[in-house]
Design a binder for this molecule. Structure first.
Ligand code: PAF
Length: 282
């Protein structure tokens, strides 16, 4: 696995791969890798001859300096996981390499980002779109792989690709869970023992909510029950629970037959912010 640290190095690598007729897959990450990331690498490996993973804790997508500071960084352990998973090149740029000058460009994804993560983390998706655009320009991938745990991020990135005519395909891979249902996340490693023990409640509440959606329980009631269930665990503070259209992400007041509904939950647990979602047919 080749380690690349400069934008020029990445661009040259991918140019060469494309000239050799290789299909290039890109797996953008912020590191602290887990089985969910490795699944993205494996999915890319199954479809592409070149698999480039990036590890970059992107400052422009954090609206909370403490969250950025505490984001786990374990570059050596990450690199050791990537090669056996099928990664052919790893891009690990510095902040100065990715942002040689202060970025003034701001993205606005309209209604797609006025809800959920976008509403609670102002500027977050502008930062995501900035760094993802840079990575797309530098790596010129045929396909880029993202996890469905970040459901709204996938919708935003698809919109970005359509709006800016990036010539690539976005592949969304299912959420990978621990045996007790907790969605894998780099942030999980910051949970202390009591918080880790309480954490599976998030997915349990979502599963109960999904069953209620299937039974036709109105969205407002599903939301209220979920929030109350989380509030019963004193370690948790709910940030939001959304019952939304899976494509438009807009909150629902009722269900149309056969409509795909996404249930998204964000909560703070022992100082760590966790998100999860499930998709269900109403
Ligand atoms: O999902 C993430 O880890 C990040 O938002 C991404 C896509 C790597 C952009 O920094």
């Amino acid at each position: 696995m080749q380690i690349l640290t400069t934008a020029a190095g990445l661009h040259a690598y991918t140019e060469q791969a494309r000239q050799a007729g290789h299909r290039v897959g890109l797996v953008p990450t912020m590191g602290a890798l887990h089985a969910g990331h490795l699944q993205l690498v494996q999915a890319a490996r199954a479809e592409c001859n070149e698999v480039i993973a990036s590890i970059f804790v992107n400052p422009t997508q954090f609206n909370n300096a403490e969250d950025f500071r505490l984001y786990p960084r374990v570059p050596e352990a990450d690199a050791a996981l990537l090669a056996p998973a099928g990664c052919t090149a790893l891009f690990v740029p510095s902040v100065a390499e990715m942002y040689s000058q202060t970025t003034v460009l701001r993205f606005d994804f309209g209604a797609l980002e006025r809800v959920m993560e976008g509403a609670h983390r102002p500027g977050h998706f502008s930062g995501v779109a900035t760094v993802v655009s840079k990575l797309f320009h530098l790596a010129c991938p045929h396909r880029a792989y993202f996890g469905q745990k970040d459901w709204q991020q996938v919708a935003i990135v698809k919109q970005l690709v359509a709006d800016l005519s990036f010539d690539l395909e976005i592949v969304a891979c299912p959420t990978i869970r621990e045996a007790d249902g907790l969605a894998m996340s780099s942030r999980n490693r910051r949970l202390d023992a009591p918080a880790r023990a309480a954490a599976p409640l998030l997915y349990q509440v979502l599963q109960t909510a999904a069953a209620q959606v299937r039974r036709g329980v109105p969205p407002a009631q599903v939301q209220a029950i979920a929030e109350a269930s989380i509030a019963q665990e004193p370690l948790f503070t709910v940030e939001y629970m959304a019952v939304a259209d899976a494509q438009t992400l807009q909150p629902l007041t009722d269900y149309g037959a056969g409509r795909a509904v996404v249930l998204c939950l964000a909560a703070h647990l022992g100082g760590v912010r966790l998100i999860d979602n499930v998709v269900v047919e109403a």
